[in-house]
Design a protein around this ligand. Sequence first.
Ligand code: HEC
Length: 271
Amino acid sequence: MLKALLFLAVALLAAFPACAGEALSVTFGDDTRSLTAEELLKRPDAATIEIADDVSYHKAMRYRAVPLVALIGKEAAERFETLEVRAADGFVSQIPMQLVAGAAQGGSVAWVAIEPPGEPWPPLPGKDASAGPFYVVWQNPERSKVGTELWPYQTVAISGMQSPAQRWPQIAVDDGLAADAPARRGQAVFVTQCMPCHRMKGGGAADIGPDLGAPMNPTQYLTPQGLRALIRNPKSVRTWPQQQMPGFTEKALSDSDLDAVIAYLGHMAAH
Ligand code: HEC
């Protein structure tokens, strides 16, 4: 009996290595750290925080969390323009370092929420897993206009990077475009709200949705009304069981941001 139980335990451990303690990988240049939930929860700056309107759970949530800015450190915050935050399903946020650093000037505050081992969070709406073990959340997201796609859940890795336009020059609009051109602002909207799932002409780090620049750009095969409708609510254009793209309500993407991102797509098709 004992032998059988032992065998079962070994078999279970082999089948679910993740149970042995998943870690968050944090990389800045040559320095990579692997942090477990236990280690993060023991930090003196770990705190209990309230998130009034959680983007993934659609309700108020309370978490144990550490300030993202503290995990980055001053030196790395000055050296890297962007934080690339990768989720287990291939979703990859590109978070501007300025946005994280803005907390010191009264802006939104980013935290890494940690699911306490043995006290799991509830499953995400419509999913069978929680947002854990690590989840990037924001307090007062309205202060710095933090987009809904900058809340990566099931986070596995955080890395310091150059800005997306430096890493992938093919995503940038023409240099000659006016500073206030909608397409230029649309590039910034694309980077925060669309690039976590889509690439542009190969530029980007995610593969959840199709490339929106190549081989063809959606402005070349969707009508302007169809494209707008698809971004606001993909299910209003077509539906199937495996459909994944979330709709962007006016709260998540204002009308002017929607115009800007469509201007960007149109510009990228021509250029
Ligand atoms: C969470 C991931 C995710 C985000 C964020 C996202 N999309 Fe998508 N998108 C998808 C996926 C996946 C598809 C493929 C269809 C599906 O499964 O819904 C898709 C399909 C599309 C299509 C249709 C392409 C085609 O030819 O079928 C367009 C256009 C599009 N997305 C535009 C956008 C724009 C613009 C944004 C940003 C405002 C955006 N998406 C943000 C995941 C995403």
